[in-house]
Design a protein around this ligand. Structure first.
Ligand code: MTE
Ligand code: MOS
Length: 707
């Protein structure tokens, strides 16, 4: 194991486990107004008027009329309002915020507001959407010809549901007007700069008129990428009006009902097969984006770029759309659009193989992309693809091949077993040309006269370990002990913009910039002096530049790889299934800290198993999410998957810090396909097409079998 991979105590371990960490809800309430949101109770309507009760002294009603500049939150587009415009577009959309010193009084005032709506017909079904937020099309080869010459054509549709992030800490932001006139916005978030830029625009002040800080954050998983910008603008507008600090922390029900989730998807895959090989893929991806566009464009991009899976198919055409419905806006969630398409392409490959009478793993292995092959977007796999070796390792670890043969025999008892395997990859960094042309990350190192070094970057610690791993990279490069290097919570007033915490990019992109900055500092090191060095991102030379018009080029510089296996037992009487084993092998390059990376692998894998098996959001005819609490929306715990084994395979990446690649999202991506494949086998081999696949689905499938 590389020296840098040796595990250390996380820098935020002691304050977190002792309860000393200060989260946004922990700041003392004195002098801070509590904000509570008045939300739409209907999916689509024109607001005729709002009848608010008389407000006691010191209490405020804040809505769109109080926004000093434009009522639009900067995300990718500007369609999300701070507070609703003339219409509401989904259940839970913020209409106004009630603020005041006493929480109970604020709640009562909020509940006494009467909203008169002129109801409009909502669009809830993405198949009937009238508006497309984002649409992408690309491909290569001659798809029509390949289909015309095919021996057999497969045409299947795959669906996935909502997926709630279920971070421990709900969304919460606070805004404080400072004496110098600056607005200070801080709270639970992934990206302080996103908040800074959005608030700046809404308040109509310059760069210096606002600064944003990420407080200690109890998990994000993608859900705190853009939502804190919206909530941050709301508290900033309220603080601007009230002239006092305002804090708004969502309760769990509001958070589950009203904040972003993973996009429900419908993926239609057509495959042409000739002489036992897939010669062409024609893919159509449909994402239900919800009421506003938020991050859907970026999430959809990753989905379409990864639609080919880990294979190299000569002829491919991909079409993706993210459409508007009158439901809660969806956003980023670990995997960023890729889990939906990997679920589809992996399940499709299993179905084709079984139809042809070939073992699915043999069939997949025959189609694997290899170093030098074209990607779906006419980029290249520049580096070795270690999947064949990883497959052998996992087979030795869990006996996949033997079990697959044994569970493939006809089963008849009450308890039936199955095992499934999936192959996935994850491109590190933001999509296409984003890193080079838009994000343009900058990091700095500040050396104090006493020889300690501070990391100045914007990436958020959200449980994935950056407060430890960033300093580890710098300390290792400078040859300093780890306690001499610090990484504090980013404040935009102090740190440069090293880009968002998203797309598993922090170590790969910002971590490498920090390593290079540390090399520079080492060369200039002068004892007893204060020094500062800076590094800027440029794409590595080998990269084929990405053309967003043509959708061509390298969508990502480097890929991480996974093989996921799930073994389960179904009780055919109750429909309940038990995961007997979840085995994963992951290549994320060199782990910057082995324990941290193993924690990432285990947590992500378990989250993916929840998505595949039990996390079903139930919503009514109006789009109201009924199970908006953890009694009714179940997520897996360690008890649900006691036998979770993860391993690392290291294919180090020469352009990442110490050989590291993107790590955080990959372990989730393969779980749904592996789970469904195991389920299909346990249920006798009939093809299935959706996740989550719950106990209820199992009973329905068994009932069909009996008929
Ligand atoms: N791990 C924990 N504990 N908490 C989180 O919120 N977010 C995931 C992943 N792992 C998350 C996590 C997501 S969605 C991403 S994109 C990456 O961490 C971001 O971190 P990185 O850029 O450091 O890889
Ligand atoms: Mo992660 S979904 O890119 O925050």
């Amino acid at each position: 194991m590389d020296k840098i991979s040796h595990s250390v105590m996380k820098k935020d371990h002691a304050p977190k486990v002792s309860g000393r960490s200060v989260y946004v809800s922990d700041y003392p309430p004195e002098g801070v107004l509590c904000g509570k949101m008045l939300r739409s109770t209907v999916a689509r309507a024109r607001i005729l008027d709002v009848d608010a009760p008389p407000l006691p002294d010191g209490y405020f009603y804040v809505d769109a009329r109080d926004v000093p500049e434009e009522n639009a939150v900067e995300i990718v587009l500007y369609d999300t309002p701070v507070f609703c415009r003339e219409t509401v577009e989904y259940i839970g959309e913020p209409i106004a915020m009630l603020c005041g010193p006493d929480e109970k009084t604020v709640e009562r005032l909020r509940d006494e507001c009467r909203v008169r709506y002129e109801q409009l017909e909502p669009v809830l079904d993405p198949n009937r959407a009238q508006e497309t937020f984002f649409e992408y099309k690309f491909g290569h080869g001659d798809v029509e010809k390949a289909f015309a010459e095919a021996d057999k054509i497969f045409d299947e549709t795959f669906e996935t549901g909502y997926h709630e992030h279920a971070y421990l800490e709900t969304q919460g932001m606070m805004a404080e007007p400072e004496e110098n006139g600056r607005m200070f916005v801080h709270g639970s978030a992934q990206n302080a700069y996103y908040i800074h830029d959005a608030v700046k625009r809404v308040l109509g002040c310059g760069d210096g008129g606002v600064h944003a800080l990420q407080d200690v954050t109890g998990g994000g998983f993608g859900g705190k990428e853009e939502y804190p910008s919206i909530l941050g603008c709301q508290v900033a507008v309220a603080a601007h009006k009230c002239g006092k600090p305002v804090r708004c922390v969502l309760d769990r029900r509001e958070d589950m009902q009203c904040t972003s989730k993973r996009h429900p998807s419908v993926c239609c895959y057509r495959a042409a097969v000739k002489d036992g090989r897939v010669t062409a893929l024609d893919v159509d991806v449909l994402f239900n984006a919800g009421a506003y566009s938020t991050l859907s464009g970026l999430v959809l991009q990753r989905a379409v770029f990864m639609a080919e899976g880990v294979y190299s198919i000569p002829h491919i055409r991909v079409h993706g759309r993210a459409v508007k419905t009158n439901t809660t806006p969806c956003g980023a969630y670990r995997g960023f659009g890729a889990p939906q398409v990997f679920f589809a392409v992996e399940t499709l490959m299993n179905h084709i193989a079984r139809d042809l009478g070939v073992d699915p793993l043999v069939f997949k292995a025959a189609h694997l992309a290899r170093q030098g092959d074209l990607t779906a977007t006419c980029g290249r796999y520049h580096f070795p693809i270690p999947l064949p070796a990883m497959i052998e390792k996992i087979d030795r670890a869990c006996g996949y091949r033997k079990k697959a043969v044994s569970y493939g025999q006809p089963q008849s008892g009450r308890y039936r077993r199955g095992i499934g395997l999936s192959l996935c990859s994850h491109g590190g960094g933001l999509n296409g040309a984003t890193e080079n042309e838009l994000t343009k990350s900058v990091v700095r190192l500040h050396k104090n006269a006493d020889g300690t070094v501070e990391v100045l970057a914007a990436n958020g610690e959200i449980g994935q370990g950056l407060r430890t791993t960033f300093p580890k990279i710098v300390a290792e490069t400078l040859g300093l002990p780890l306690d001499k290097v610090f990484y504090d919570h980013p404040d935009t007033a102090r740190v440069p913009n090293s880009g968002p915490t998203a797309g598993s990019r922090s170590i790969l992109i910002a971590g490498e910039l920090l390593r290079r900055a540390a090399v520079k500092l080492r060369e200039q090191w002068a004892d007893g002096q204060e020094q500062e060095v800076e590094e800027h991102y440029h794409d590595p030379d080998f990269l084929i530049p990405f053309d967003m018009e043509k959708m061509e080029g390298d969508a990502y510089p480097a890929y991480s790889w996974s093989v996921s296996v799930i073994e389960l037992e179904v009780d055919t009487l109750t429909g309940i299934s038990k995961v007997l084993g979840a085995y994963g092998i992951f290549d994320v390059g060199t782990p910057i800290d082995r324990n941290i990376v193993m924690g990432q692998m285990e947590g992500g894998f378990l989250q993916g198993i929840g998505f595949a098996s039990m996390e079903k959001m139930a919503y009514d005819r109006n789009g109201f999410i009924r199970n908006n609490n953890f009694a009714d929306y179940l997520i897996p715990t360690a008890k649900d998957v006691p036998n979770l084994k993860t391993m690392l395979h290291v294919e180090s990446y020469p352009f990442g810090p110490y050989g590291a690649k993107g790590a955080g999202e990959l372990p989730l991506v393969g779980a749904p396909a592996a789970y469904l494949a195991a389920m299909e086998q346990a249920l006798g081999g009939r093809p299935l097409h959706h996740v989550p696949f719950t106990a209820e689905d199992t009973i329905l499938a068994l009932a069909k079998e009996e008929r």
